[in-house]
Design a protein around this ligand. Structure first.
Ligand SMILES: Cc1cc2nc3c(=O)[nH]c(=O)nc-3n(C[C@H](O)[C@H](O)[C@H](O)COP(=O)(O)OP(=O)(O)OC[C@H]3O[C@@H](n4cnc5c(N)ncnc54)[C@H](O)[C@@H]3O)c2cc1C
Length: 508
């Protein structure tokens, strides 16, 4: 039997949970969140440091990869995406940033100006309560003091040169995701283990979804796709909405030729410096083994200790051009990470990266013969300017780290090594850089979507997740994704209230 709801939200991730909460505020509204992955009730999700393990999971991570990118030395680059309630927000580092006011004003879209958006952030922060990371490593504290003029107790901000310990969405030393802040209190129905294949239609009107296992769910007031920047455009394309020629090539009937679906894909490129030395950061050493052994007990009993680390503990924003506005973000991790193929190696150390706040390169996501396997081309460094900026960023980061008050915890650069400069550095970045895991832009507002998130040319179908950003925000994208869900969820609720006939329920 087909189940019937007022609203179906596809994807219970950062944005989808906020959408569901907003829709469930409508009196009597029946809302169903359809999530491909399992629940988030796993201790590795709750323990902040557990993300290290989750990144290797085949169940809770979609583990997508790019196609080989000529612009990045012919490499494939990892595109991890959370696959459970909470979405990527259940495997992420919980670092909390709004972005800059100018980021949103630059979108130039009604309802997305910085004043409106800032009010929305105030609303969601009431539920997510971001706060300073409770137990940073001394190295992270020290990194937060790299700019003497800057208040080390304030979080860094992409609005100006600044450094500090990050604010994160944790509560009592545990992950507090959008599933905790929005979904569970909403009372919405949740179906897990249900991967949506495509949207169903009657004429130009979306009527529900068909799951990959053949089941169907109906939605009288409409469907909101919140499956993220990779999967939302894939669902649209499987539903016949996308670039006509690509769809025909994949054997899909074209419902709406929408060339913007899958276009405009971009992410923050990121390249890390690794430092290794005795007595510096966290790592696997004989001296640290007792602390690691005790850490689970410490976390379970007191919610303290090294397992409360979100790994990405501190960071900075700074400019490598004449502009006063930062163009580089650095994430500082007080951990030794392997750089020769192994994630974990013996020794202790730390890691600091260079991420470009506003990349110029744009890629594209396509559908191929396998309708469930996205062809992700980030076109990383397709625009040379991005690579120039990354080289300058690494040069500046090295200067910053040289003066950081690390004292006896300072360690030498193990990778790529201070001898690697100029053209050699450029080549290492081109052939080794990845991203900050912030893909956006593939179903942009003002492109395939109107400014309220509705798919142009289709009735009762909206998209609300990171894919709708016309241009990426200048820092991490989780809070902006929740804000997007909150705002578009509000538009969907308003549309349903304006046409009450659309939302009267039919018995199943
Ligand atoms: C490892 C990692 C670390 C990160 N660290 C940070 C950080 O510290 N701070 C920060 O701000 N940002 C961070 N990010 C980015 C941030 O988490 C994302 O930008 C944000 O979660 C995107 O939200 P979303 O709602 O667009 O997608 P998601 O949160 O990914 O949600 C999409 C949901 O849809 C589900 N779904 C997909 N396809 C289907 C389908 N066909 N049927 C049903 N369900 C489906 C998925 O399983 C998922 O639950 C990180 C990301 C990763 C991967």
């Amino acid at each position: 039997m087909t189940r019937e709801y007022d609203h179906i939200v596809v994807g219970g991730g950062s944005a989808g949970c906020a959408v569901a909460a907003r829709l469930a505020e409508r009196p009597g509204a029946q809302v169903c969140v359809v999530e491909a992955g399992p629940s988030d009730q796993d201790i590795r999700v709750k323990i902040p440091f557990g993300l290290v393990n989750l990144l290797g999971s085949n169940v809770r991570n979609w583990k997508r990869q790019t196609v080989p990118m000529a612009s990045a030395g012919g490499r494939q680059v990892a595109v991890p995406r959370g696959r459970m309630l909470g979405g990527s927000g259940s495997i992420n580092s919980m670092v909390w940033f709004r972005g800059t006011r100018a980021d949103f004003d630059a979108w130039g879209l009604p309802g997305w100006d910085s004043t409106t958006v800032w009010d929305a952030f105030d609303s969601i922060e009431g539920r997510m309560t971001p706060a300073r990371l409770p137990h940073p490593h001394p190295l992270s504290d020290a990194f937060g003091r790299v700019f003497p003029a800057n208040d080390p107790n304030a979080p860094p901000t992409p609005e100006r040169q600044s450094a500090g310990v990050f604010h994160t969405n944790m509560r009592r030393g545990a992950r507090w995701s959008a599933a905790d802040g929005f979904l569970r209190p909403s009372g919405a129905d949740v179906v897990t283990g249900a991967e949506v294949d495509q949207v169903t239609f009657e004429g130009p009107r979306a009527t529900g979804v068909k799951l990959r296992d053949g089941r169907t769910l109906k939605a009288r007031a409409g469907v909101v796709l919140s499956a993220g920047s990779i999967e939302s455009p894939m669902i649209l394309m499987r539903s016949g909405i996308g670039p006509g020629a690509d769809l025909q090539g994949a054997g899909i009937d074209v419902r709406l030729d929408a060339p913007g679906v899958g276009a405009n894909l971009h992410d923050h490129p990121g390249f890390g410096l690794h430092f290794k030395g005795q007595g510096s950061g966290y790592g696997l050493t004989l001296g640290q083994l007792p602390a690691w052994a005790l850490s689970p007990v410490q976390w379970l009993l007191m919610r303290s200790g090294r397992l409360t680390s979100n790994t990405v503990e501190a960071g900075a924003f700074y400019s490598v051009t004449d502009s006063d506005v930062p163009d580089i973000q650095t994430h500082f991790l007080p951990f030794l990470m392997g750089w020769q193929g192994k994630a974990i190696i013996w020794g202790s150390g730390y890691f600091a990266d260079v991420c470009l706040c506003q990349p110029s390169s744009r890629g594209r996501l396509r559908i191929g013969k396998d309708r469930f396997q996205p062809l992700i081309d980030l076109n990383l460094f397709g625009d040379d300017w991005d690579l120039d900026m990354m080289v300058r960023g690494v040069e500046r980061l090295r200067q910053i780290l040289d003066t950081a008050p690390f004292e006896h915890r300072g360690a030498p650069e193990g990778f790529p090594g201070t001898g690697v400069t100029g053209d050699a550095l450029r080549e290492v970045i081109r052939t080794r850089a990845g991203t900050a895991y912030h893909p956006v832009g593939t179903v942009a507002l003002g492109g395939p979507l109107d400014a309220r998130g509705a798919v142009k040319g289709i009735e009762n179908l909206w998209v609300a997740d990171a894919s709708v950003m016309p241009r990426i925000t200048s820092a991490n994208t989780n809070a902006p994704s929740m804000m997007i869900g909150w705002q578009i969820g509000g538009h969907v609720a308003a549309a349903a209230t304006a046409t009450p006939a659309a939302s009267c329920r039919v018995a199943t």
